[in-house]
Design a protein. Structure first.
Length: 374
C-alpha cells in the first residue's frame, strides 16, 4: 500500500506531542485551574490522504479543468464570440446560479478507498472509506469530491494555505476551546467543552514564526456569540471524544479575502490532549449550500484558478456525493460528511465581565487594524 503524506505528518504530530508531554509528565495539575483548561486553534485543514504520485487515490489524475481551461475551451478566440455577455458574464452566471445538469468537462474525484475521518453514522456502507489504520466505515464524501483538486492537496493547495495563514495572521478565525469539569487529561468520564471566538493575537516565540502555548485569550461575547457551542464529552487514554452537536458554526477566512463561516451538522471532536497542545479531528456533515455559498464564494474565480477549481463543476459533484440530511420535499441529500484536522495550543481564557466594554474594545481594535493595514 502506498504511504500517505498528510499536511501534518504523523511523525511531526508525534514529535509535538512527545515534546509537549515529556517535560510535563504530569503537569496537568499546574495548568488545570479548578478543573478548567483552554486551547486556541493554530492550524485547521480539510484532512487529506495523499500519495506522492496521486495514482492510488486519483485514478483519473489531478483535475485539470479549472476556470481558465474551461473558459478557453468554451470561448475560442476565433471571432465567433461577439460580446462580453457571451463570455465572462455567461461563465460567472454558471457559478452564481449552479445546477446539476450534465457537465461539459470530465471531473476527477477520489477513486481510492482510503481516507481520514470518522464513522459518523455508525454504519459500514458501500460508499464508505477505510482509514489508513484499517478502520472501516469512514464517512468523508467532501474529500471524495475535492481530493483530486490541487487547491485541497498538500502541500501546494492554495485554498488550504490561504485559510491557515488567515487563521494565524488575523483574529477573525480565532477559535477557542475551553474544557471544564476536568479531573485529569488522561481519563475523565464526563467533561464539558465550550467553543468560543477569541479576540486576541496568538502568542509567538521571538522569531514570530512559531505559535507557543501559555498566552491569554479574551472571549468575544458580542460578535462571536453565534460561534458559542457546548459539547459533552469524555477523555479516554488522553483522547477527548465529544458527542455530536447538531448545529455548529466555525469562523473561516482565506487570508485577505472576505471572511465567512463554515456550518456543520452533528459535529464532534476527537483530540489527543496534552497540557500544552491538542491535535486531532473535527468530524461532521458540512451543509452543502452553505459551504458552497459562504465558504467557496469567499474566493473569486481568479483565486480559484490558482488550483484549478471551477465552482460550477464542483457544485455538481457536491450534489452527487452528498450523503446526509435529505430534503423533506425532494429527498435529495443536503450535506456531506467531512473531516478537519485541527491543532491547538494551550491558552488562558478570560471571560468578559462587561459585554458593552468588550464590544467597544473590539470596535477600537478593528479600527486600529484597518489603520495599520493602510
Amino acid at each position: 500500500m502506498a504511504t500517505p503524506s498528510t499536511w501534518t505528518s504523523a511523525a511531526l504530530i508525534a514529535g509535538i506531542l512527545v515534546a509537549a508531554g515529556a517535560s510535563a509528565a504530569r503537569a496537568d495539575d499546574a495548568l488545570l485551574k479548578d478543573g478548567t483548561i483552554g486551547y486556541v486553534i493554530t492550524d485547521l485543514h480539510w484532512k487529506a490522504y495523499v500519495t506522492p504520485d496521486a495514482k492510488y487515490e486519483c485514478e483519473n489524475g489531478i483535475y485539470q479543468w479549472g476556470p481558465r481551461e474551461q473558459f478557453k475551451a468554451l470561448y475560442p478566440e476565433d471571432g465567433t464570440i461577439r460580446t462580453a455577455q457571451d463570455t465572462h458574464l455567461a461563465f460567472e452566471i454558471g457559478i452564481w446560479f449552479p445546477d446539476t445538469s450534465p457537465d461539459k468537462f470530465p471531473y476527477s474525484e477520489i477513486t481510492g478507498d482510503i481516507a481520514f475521518g470518522m464513522n459518523l453514522d455508525g454504519k459500514v456502507g458501500p460508499n464508505d472509506f477505510v482509514s489508513p489504520s484499517g478502520e472501516p466505515g469512514i464517512d468523508n464524501q467532501l474529500w471524495r469530491s475535492v481530493g483530486c483538486n490541487e487547491n485541497y492537496r498538500p502541500p501546494e493547495g492554495t485554498t488550504q494555505d490561504y485559510a491557515n495563514k488567515s487563521l494565524r495572521n488575523t483574529r477573525y478565525s480565532r477559535l477557542l476551546l475551553e474544557l471544564t469539569g476536568v479531573s485529569s487529561l488522561e481519563n475523565d468520564e464526563d467533561v464539558t467543552v465550550t467553543m468560543y471566538r477569541g479576540l486576541d493575537n496568538l502568542l509567538t516565540d521571538a522569531t514570530g514564526a512559531q505559535i507557543v502555548p501559555g498566552g491569554t485569550m479574551r472571549i468575544d461575547a458580542k460578535w462571536g456569540e453565534k460561534v458559542v457551542r457546548t459539547f459533552k464529552g469524555k477523555i479516554v487514554n488522553g483522547t477527548l471524544i465529544t458527542e455530536p452537536e447538531p448545529d455548529v458554526v466555525i469562523p473561516w477566512a482565506t487570508d485577505t479575502l472576505p471572511p465567512t463561516v463554515t456550518r456543520f451538522r452533528d459535529m464532534r471532536m476527537q483530540l489527543n490532549l496534552r497540557p500544552d497542545v491538542a491535535i486531532g479531528y473535527f468530524g461532521g456533515y458540512v451543509d452543502l449550500e452553505a459551504w458552497y455559498w459562504e465558504t467557496m464564494k469567499s474566493e473569486s474565480t481568479h483565486h480559484q484558478s490558482n488550483g484549478r477549481t471551477t465552482l460550477s463543476s464542483l457544485y455538481k459533484i457536491l450534489r452527487k456525493n452528498a450523503d446526509a440530511y435529505p430534503d423533506p420535499k425532494t429527498g435529495e441529500y443536503t450535506a456531506l460528511s467531512s473531516a478537519l484536522e485541527a491543532q491547538f495550543v494551550q491558552t488562558y481564557i478570560v471571560h468578559p465581565t462587561d459585554e458593552n466594554a468588550t464590544a467597544q474594545d473590539e470596535s477600537v481594535r478593528v479600527a486600529a487594524d484597518a489603520q495599520n493595514a493602510r
